[in-house]
Design a protein. Structure first.
Lengths: 270, 307, 307, 270
């Protein structure tokens, strides 16, 4: 797996929803090497503050144009500074990193995508990959956010024959409630999926894993932890294996989210 | 031609720029991004007798120009290292220094022993910033007697060049330096991370599961420089400067006050090419200043003696 | 109404936000820029028996997110302070705390004595980070015996609330805290600056005429937090947190871990309004979180006891 | 003396010579209160890096427009960042600070201004003040820099009847040599001034003070030292009194450049 450390040109940096921005970056080599679910480490500026690079998932990967994009939520110092960057400026990128999503097992018919908040980011690239590989998959997106204004435009999913189920914590758009509630409800009304992909905050992932275990559904979750290096070196991003297996009695064993993840399989041997 | 070669007692290095333990993995992780054979040396992640899982996450938190980590002692164990990691690393023709750790004097000694039998290792670096489980968890490196015991135990078991890495979290690092020199260390490296913590006022919890951790990065450079100064001016063995080095200027500051080599730590995470850029930067600095040998610059600080 | 009043043993403060010694002059220098009567307290520049010129310049140097100073003990002397500075300051209706220093135990005691006779002072803060000239310049605050001697000597001479300000440059600050409590201090403040140095690779000289100095500012906050934690969890007297505080969030972090008040130092230089903004910030934070009394927030850190 | 801590709008920020820029700032209250030779502390950005404010002399003071300007040389992190600031943005200013130049004593006929490098900055405002107060003064400027490209345009001085004597270290413009050489040379050719003002690097000031002592000329020097607070609080900016008196035997005594200075009188009791 090649990794590139480059200064790449920003093609676009614009707001998509409340506190949510998209940055398009030109880098043919990274675009060519990247896989949905993989991530990059972005150097917000060439100074010592903020010190660390920030991790972001590839949101779209356009190999023919040599352009990828990230979808990012403004939460702190680094992401606030990112909104000030202009098209034409260059930005330091270290990528592609980690293990991305893999294809659903043969014979899979129904796939659910579960996105909590900014967890929607990698699903653009994932949907494209899934559609490219198997146009017959029946794909549904469950996408939740705190409030309607924080939902990004989902026409891309609709245009790709993916059923979109929205929900918001405050009921301003779609179902009223958490995404896991929305999934539970769907379970009782429709046929369960054969496979799922989930991306969102850790408490949501925790519930999703439980749900998957209960219903015997296999899938993949993309995790977020604090990262310093993104390259398996610092051992800072570890997550306990138990998080995925749910087996509290097994010996403590940590996995590096940046290396063994960020995408982990559920319902198989890890 | 500018000479960058430095000789630290029994240890000869092609140039004074190494990468610090815990910030460069087992040596090969970054090799797709940089030519590691150009480095003055690679200090690998601290190894213990048996593999260890390390501390529960979260393990890192960013601070203003710094990073606190509480990785704990996570590592693959000395055996796995020798069998799986070392052979590949040795192909790269770069000095390999192994950082060792333990929770008892015996464990340190044993790890040192095992590594001495392995081929191709250039030196051992003893990390004495570990808790001594037998004496209630007090850190070896903060107690002169314990530090002495660890270093002399390892010394007995190896003829490899021995580096002892000091912690800054002591009143008098010069005194600790004397003690480990007496115990037989050939070289001293300093500093390890500075004790620190961070809390979240919203969740009202510590930001690290382990509550405490060690601060590294640019924030600690002025502290590291003072500690290295204290060591350099107390003992006669060669000293390796560590702490917040992110540029060739930073590196030269440590060399100027008398460190004979340096290690780059946290900066590797931000720019994996840092150490190579530092080597280039030192070379052109010397060129610009018509200095043909780095050893002429090392320790050349001028003090106003009028004072 | 939200209560911000805090009681530190014998010392009652209208709110927990003070300004630190050496960063707010003799109290009035900033009064054209902010309403100093809103402060929880003003700690004035350290005073000695006689006026002192301080160290030769350069005395300050900026580092990454930090400032090193080697002002030395420059001050107008205790008499000039009492005669010329104090009367004007007392008109402002703000607790005045006087930081005292000396090169001998007797000097500390004498300064404490003189200030005890002056009217209107709320407390004394003993700065034990001074070199003891009688014992070869070792810093009072790094040696338990000397620290004990200084504090108990001042204690004998005053009935004012007594704060002892600890240096972070020790292996075990908890132990030092115990010692000064035994010696009779009512309150502990921590930390003073962290030993540091800086050099210039072009001139090949130290950047400070004094070679060494003390590091302050945002860079040291995580270190200060850990030291304050150690003190809070070792002794029972109230603790004042100091070190790198630049925002209300920083201030709340120290309060969260159990400091009962804080002092703002270096941040005053960058934004003289910092301390007032911190008071406002704390007030609105408590409001947002439905906490009606700062004392309910102080020390409310939750530790994962499962560990 | 009122001091203001404000966020002020940048009116212009443009390059004037190699590595030399001018920033015009709108702030009626500061402009009104400021005096030539006084300085301001500029907050380069609202973050913790660089940590400290940077001191700059008032270069021009236009009370009717409410605009002052600084002339700054790009030497490090802070000044490099300043060149990126745009008109319309706001910047934190703490000012006016310190003691400025005072008028020459009654009866003064000839005044010399000695400017080393960026030391030219405060002389724009000073010349205006001198001309306003006494149009009959015979004023000469001695202005030196490392090289011709680092000299700023001096037409303002010429237009105000001030004779301009240029010199450069490398001889690319004006006399070849240091400004103190150029002053020495002038001394041997023309009548000595009654009063002088000097601003430049410390080694130059040192020589100027010696020259003034030797020739019994009174004047004022504007000093630069590292500053943290600019308000007399930190005691970081101190300079030894001996620097001005030249008397090595007197007791050590420090003056705060930000408070007792930055302008100090030479040839009088300090
Ligand atoms: C593999 C991976 C992929 C990610 N993909 C995306 C994405 O596509 N879009 C997006 O908006 N966000 C994504 N995140 C989260 C994103 O990295 C953080 O929101 C961002 O780093 C916050 O930076 P900040 O400076 O604004 O926040 P601050 O709070 O100022 O950051 C302080 C520190 O915390 C770290 N941090 C804060 N929040 C997180 C978090 N949730 N996860 C990891 N580190 C964090 C920062 O990296 C930094 O070190 C991803 C995280 C990971 C690990
Ligand atoms: C009273 C006064 C008036 C000044 N007027 C002007 C002016 O009109 N135009 C101008 O270009 N410069 C002036 N200077 C110098 C100017 O302040 C420095 O060049 C500037 O602070 C450098 O900042 P930096 O971040 O680019 O440099 P860095 O080297 O990155 O600065 C590092 C630190 O050193 C300090 N510093 C560096 N050089 C100086 C210096 N020469 N004097 C004081 N502090 C310094 C900085 O403030 C900072 O704390 C003046 C200085 C003083 C004290
Ligand atoms: C994530 C991380 C892991 C570390 N692991 C080790 C280790 O295993 N052994 C050791 O001696 N030092 C370890 N260190 C300390 C560094 O080697 C170095 O001494 C310290 O970080 C200061 O240098 P820096 O400021 O350049 O990072 C570690 C540091 C970091 C940041
Ligand atoms: C310029 C300067 C002068 C100081 N003078 C004193 C002093 O006289 N007495 C004292 O106890 N502490 C003194 N200090 C230490 C501060 O009071 C404070 O403890 C330290 O700076 C850490 O806080 P900060 O990071 O908020 O600045 C001084 C600090 C600075 C920066
Ligand atoms: S982020 Fe460094 S090991 Fe994963
Ligand atoms: S700059 Fe602080 S006293 Fe002058």
């Amino acid at each position: 797996m090649p990794v590139f450390q480059v200064k790449a040109i920003i093609i676009e940096n614009s707001q998509m929803a409340r506190d949510i921005w998209r940055m398009k970056i030109y880098s043919p080599e990274i675009t060519k090497a990247a896989y949905p679910g993989q991530f990059l480490m972005l150097r917000v500026r060439d100074e010592l503050l903020p010190l660390l690079r920030r991790p972001f998932s590839f949101s779209t990967i356009n190999v023919s144009e040599g352009i990828f994009s990230i979808l990012y939520k403004v939460v702190g110092h680094g992401t606030r500074l990112m909104t000030k960057m202009l098209a034409g400026e260059s930005v330091g990128v270290l990528a592609p990193l980690g293990r991305g999503f893999s294809k659903p097992p043969d014979g899979t018919k129904r796939v659910w995508l579960l996105a909590g908040g900014i967890g929607i980011a990698p699903f653009f690239a994932l949907l494209e990959m899934l559609k490219r590989d198997s146009s017959k998959l029946e794909i549904s997106l469950f996408y939740g956010a705190a409030t309607g204004e924080e939902l990004v435009d989902c026409r891309f999913f609709e245009n790709n024959n993916c059923k979109v189920n929205l929900c918001t914590d405050d009921g301003t758009c779609g179902l009223h409630g958490l995404i896991t509630d929305s999934v539970e409800r769907a379970c009782s009304l429709t046929i369960l999926p054969d496979f799922f992909y989930s991306c969102g905050p850790t408490p949501m992932q925790s519930k999703v894993i439980e749900w998957a275990k209960c219903n015997g559904i296999r899938g993949q979750v993309s995790m977020e932890t604090y990262m310093a290096c993104g390259m398996g070196v610092c051992l800072g991003c570890s997550i306990s294996k138990k998080f995925f297996t749910g087996n509290k009695n097994e010996e403590t064993n940590y996995l590096r989210v940046c290396r063994e993840g960020p995408v982990f399989s559920i319902g198989e041997e890890n | 031609m500018i000479n960058l070669e430095v000789t630290l007692g029994p240890l000869k290095l092609p140039n004074p720029v190494m990468v610090a333990s815990g910030t460069f993995g087992y040596g090969l992780e970054y090799s797709s991004l940089l030519d590691i054979s150009k480095l003055g040396g690679i200090v690998v992640k601290g190894l213990s007798l048996k593999p260890r899982p390390g501390n529960p996450p979260p393990r890192i938190v960013e601070t203003c120009a710094g990073l606190i980590n509480s990785i704990g002692l996570e590592n693959v164990g000395v055996e796995d290292f020798i069998n799986k990691k070392l052979p590949l690393l040795l192909k790269r023709d770069v000095p390999v220094i192994v950082n060792i750790l333990g929770n008892t004097v015996e464990e340190y000694a044993e790890v040192g022993n095992i590594l001495s039998d392995a081929e191709g290792i250039s030196a051992l670096e003893i990390n004495i910033s570990c808790p001594n489980v037998k004496s209630g968890g007090i850190i070896f490196g903060t107690d002169p007697k314990q530090a002495y015991n660890v270093v002399s135990a390892v010394r007995k078991n190896t003829s490899l060049p021995l580096i002892t890495k000091l912690t800054p979290n002591v009143t008098d690092i010069g005194m600790m330096a004397k003690v480990v020199v007496e115990a037989g260390t050939d070289i001293i490296s300093a500093i390890n991370t500075v004790s620190a913590m961070a809390v979240d006022i919203n969740t009202r919890k510590p930001k690290l599961a382990n509550v405490f951790g060690g601060l590294s990065g640019p924030a600690i450079k002025p502290i590291a420089l003072k500690k290295v100064w204290d060591v350099v001016n107390t003992v006669d063995v060669p000293v390796i400067g560590i702490g917040g080095i992110s540029s060739y200027e930073d590196a030269l500051e440590f060399l100027l006050i008398g460190a004979q080599a340096i290690q780059v730590g946290t900066a590797n995470f931000i720019n994996p090419g840092t150490s190579i850029e530092i080597i280039e930067g030192i070379r052109s600095f010397l060129e610009r200043n018509n200095i043909d040998d780095i050893n002429k610059f090392i320790g050349s600080l001028e003090l106003d003696t009028a004072k």
